[in-house]
Design a protein around this ligand. Structure first.
Ligand code: BGC
Length: 340
């Protein structure tokens, strides 16, 4: 069942709607049309994502709270890339690099919406040259919640010129509840034996490291608390985890399993993407109060951003993010929750 309500208005007076997806078991997901953001995800009475109650609080933060990120998730080195010898220049909104589609990326857009049976369809057409990217890009993101408590996100896009693309969702999860305040009490397993090494600006250098014998190894379940403060160069550089794990295998497969030790809630993430950025909110600085008047400190949530490799437009041995003119980009990610 899907309901629609008014959520509020943006500064420039655009209407923002809130859609409530509810299954028969009473699991509820709310999505707002601003940024196509997941505003809440309530399972057995526990709201497992950080979020805000007011449009102005979404507009005042730059943490990409719950939002669809595009055109290109994560960093593009120097804010520049080439397609067939032609150089494109993007805004540098993260030190020397371009991050998450720019200053006015997909997270800032009010998406057009439509409901079909049990799915919410969001649409945004990004004009040619927006934020520096080539091609008019027609984007559709479909949210659906099933009776097994799985929230699926499907991404579709088409461009009229060759372009690069990397779409994801930037929800901050806390399986012990959005108000819990810290993320350490999670057990985590990531089905990845390699990750991409970062430089001091969290940009992949091109080197691929194996996780073995390092605190990046989550092949077997690990307590986050034990690992997140280890003295490992990559964790020190990122002030915590902020890395791209290369998930083993191909096609739609299980990426990871996370468990909130207080709530007992387990979440499994499935995707057909090549990789996932786990970001432990190391730099989260939001002044606005979150839902229920709660303040969200650093490291109070975890993002699991299923994605293509960051900086892949500039690194030839990474899977190519090129979307040819007229070709259909299609990706899917599912977050499924259970209790024990
Ligand atoms: C990135 C972080 C960045 C954050 C912004 C994450 O996806 O990996 O480096 O600071 O988004 O909220």
């Amino acid at each position: 069942m899907i309901r629609k309500n008014l959520f509020g208005y943006t500064k420039d007076e655009k209407e923002v709607d809130k859609y409530t997806l509810e299954n028969k078991k009473g699991t509820v997901v709310t999505i707002i049309t601003l940024g196509g953001s997941i505003q809440s995800f309530v399972f057995q009475g526990i709201d497992m994502v950080l979020g805000f109650d007011r449009v102005e609080d979404y507009e005042s933060q730059d943490a990409y709270m719950g939002a669809i990120v595009g055109r290109f998730a994560n960093r593009i080195g120097n804010g520049t890339f080439q397609i067939e010898g032609k150089t494109y220049t993007l805004v540098k909104n993260n030190g020397p690099n371009h991050l998450h589609g720019g200053l006015d990326g997909f997270h800032r857009k009010v998406w057009r919406s439509e409901v079909t049976e049990d799915s919410l369809h969001l649409y945004y057409t990004s004009p040619n040259g927006e934020e520096g990217y080539p091609g008019t890009l027609e984007t559709e993101v479909i949210y659906s919640l099933d009776e097994e408590d799985a929230l699926s996100i499907q991404y579709k896009a088409k461009s009229d010129q060759d372009t690069v693309i990397n779409l994801t969702n930037h929800s901050y999860f806390n399986l012990n509840g959005h108000a819990y305040g810290s993320l350490e009490e999670h057990e985590l397993q990531i089905f990845a034996d390699r990750f991409t090494e970062n430089d001091e600006n969290s940009l992949p250098t091109g080197n691929i490291r194996i996780v073995m014998h390092s605190p990046m190894d989550f092949m077997h379940p690990q307590l986050l608390l034990r690992r997140i403060n280890e003295n490992y160069d990559q964790i020190v550089l990122g002030n915590g985890y902020d890395h791209n794990w290369i998930v083993t295998g191909n096609g739609f497969r299980r990426f990871l399993k996370a468990k909130g030790l207080q709530s007992g809630i387990t979440m499994e993430v499935f995707s057909d993407q090549p990789a996932v950025q786990m970001y432990t909110a190391n730099y989260l600085t939001v002044k606005a109060k979150g839902k229920e008047g709660v303040f969200y400190p650093k490291r109070s949530g975890i993002c699991f951003e299923t994605q293509g490799f960051p900086n892949s437009p500039n690194i030839n041995h990474f899977p190519s993010p090129l979307l040819k003119a007229g070709q259909l980009y299609e990706r899917k990610t599912t977050f499924r929750v259970k209790n024990r």
